[in-house]
Design a protein around this ligand. Structure first.
Ligand SMILES: CC(C)(COP(=O)(O)OP(=O)(O)OC[C@H]1O[C@@H](n2cnc3c(N)ncnc32)[C@H](O)[C@@H]1OP(=O)(O)O)[C@@H](O)C(=O)NCCC(=O)NCCS
Length: 195
């Protein structure tokens, strides 16, 4: 299926999206370790889940009943990226990963759309994240869904690599997110805990 307006191609046979549940945490940790060098303690995953579970989503392969992707987010308060005179609460994409064999099917696109919508429901006006400057797949994904590079942090990662900061105004990305979620709802590919 293609959402033409946004050039989004989705191949989601047997994939279901839903909010992360408490029991999912070990499986999310497995996907995190399989996909990223930035790994966190169970305590960190649980702390984020407790505070921000409305913005924490997983993708499940219904055939194997396994979690194959996740996105977790938090809220940071600080100067706006778009108007330095303002202090705002921003959605911070903390970690996103999709298992290798499930990539290029639109799973991360859907997870990010769900995250944007949940941030909008929290009345957050901006979204941002850090990404390794060498992580071309992730940078391309974020650009495709409306985020832009707005800064660079020297030696942000433990191994010394720089990060780009990418950000967007919620108003500039919410139309994309709602189109993707409409598709997921119509095709019974998402279960949202807040209805
Ligand atoms: C980045 C990542 C989450 C993307 O997941 P995904 O489910 O494959 O992403 P999607 O299928 O939704 O891709 C959407 C678009 O992003 C871009 N993209 C994704 N992977 C890409 C790649 N390897 N090369 C170039 N562009 C890519 C494409 O524009 C793609 O659209 P297309 O397939 O129609 O061309 C996945 O590669 C991953 O888990 N990587 C390791 C973890 C990671 O880097 N996380 C981000 C940390 S900041």
């Amino acid at each position: 299926m293609e959402i033409k307006k946004y050039h989004v191609k989705l191949k989601l046979d047997n994939i279901l999206f839903r909010n992360c549940e408490f029991e999912d945490i070990p499986h999310v940790m497995y996907v995190n370790r399989a996909t990223l060098p930035e790994n966190y303690s169970r305590y960190t995953f649980l702390a984020i889940w407790r505070l921000y579970r409305d913005m924490f989503f997983v993708a499940i392969d219904l055939i194997s009943d396994k979690i194959v992707g996740y996105v977790m987010n938090k809220v940071d308060t600080g100067p706006s990226f778009f108007d330095k005179r303002k202090v705002v609460s921003k959605g911070h994409v903390f970690s996103v990963g999709v298992l290798k064999e499930y990539r290029r099917r639109g799973i991360a696109t859907c997870l990010m759309a769900l995250a944007f919508k949940a941030m909008k429901q929290r009345r957050l006006h901006e979204v941002f994240l850090e990404v390794r400057v060498s992580n071309i797949p992730a940078i391309k994904l974020y650009e495709k869904i409306g985020m832009r590079i707005i800064g660079r942090i020297k030696r942000y990662y433990a191994d010394g690599e720089d990060a780009y900061i990418m950000a967007a105004l919620m108003d500039d990305v919410i139309d994309f997110a709602e189109n993707v979620i409409d598709y997921l709802v119509k095709n019974s590919k998402v279960v949202l805990s807040n209805g």
